[in-house]
Design a protein around this ligand. Structure first.
Ligand SMILES: [Fe+2]
Length: 197
């Protein structure tokens, strides 16, 4: 009997995570490892038949992340993310690495570098250093403390795959930067509560 799309998707996601661990077991989380992971994720995202829109509820507003494979023992989290047209996120630092790949639609990621010394609480300056549009056939990779902002461009939702070093429910503190005010605000970490549960 032919396996269902959902079964095929589960297998493909498990294969991806096996490939990711083969890469990171050998070289750790390095720029070249993140690049290799990005290429694997772009390849998976290109198998659009595995991610039919009917299998994933659209967000009511803004965006939504559907878990595809969340590893046990504080492992990685793989999600299908849907962001609606106009959704934006200010520059932020997740504290953990992240790789994205586009399935449909387009999302612009702008990357920043922090330029102050961090000595003044609540204060920060950032400098724009690059930009990538995540769309079909293209992805992006960020290291643990890279800073990015996001914006869906065009009239279609941006749908893609997102792989994070930690599951979203176990995320570290996220720092949000407000360049126009030279300000930074740190949201509390989800790791402590999640680990204690
Ligand atoms: Fe982000």
């Amino acid at each position: 009997m032919a396996s269902s799309i959902a079964d095929q998707r589960v297998r493909a996601c498990a294969t991806l995570l096996t490939q990711v661990h083969a890469i990171t077991d050998k070289e750790g989380i390095t720029p070249s490892a993140l690049h290799a992971i990005k290429l694997k994720l772009v390849t998976l995202a290109a198998k659009t038949h595995l991610f039919p829109p009917g299998d994933f509820t659209m967000p009511v507003a803004q965006g939504r992340s559907h878990p595809l494979l969340v590893e046990d023992n504080d492992g990685h989290g793989l999600y299908l993310t849907i962001n609606l047209p106009g959704k934006e996120a200010a520059p932020h630092d997740h504290g953990i690495w992240c790789v994205n790949a586009g399935i449909s639609g387009r999302e612009r990621h702008v990357f920043y570098r922090r330029t102050d010394d961090g000595a003044t609480p609540g204060s920060a300056t950032v400098m724009r250093v690059g930009e990538v549009v995540v769309e079909p056939g293209r992805g992006m990779a960020m290291a643990d403390h890279d800073i990015h902002s996001t914006a869906v461009i065009g009239k279609e939702p941006s749908i893609g795959l997102a792989l994070y070093g930690y599951a979203l429910a176990r995320f570290p503190a996220v720092a949000w930067f407000h360049p126009e005010f030279s300000a930074v605000r740190v949201c509390s970490s989800r790791r402590h509560a999640a680990m204690a549960a």
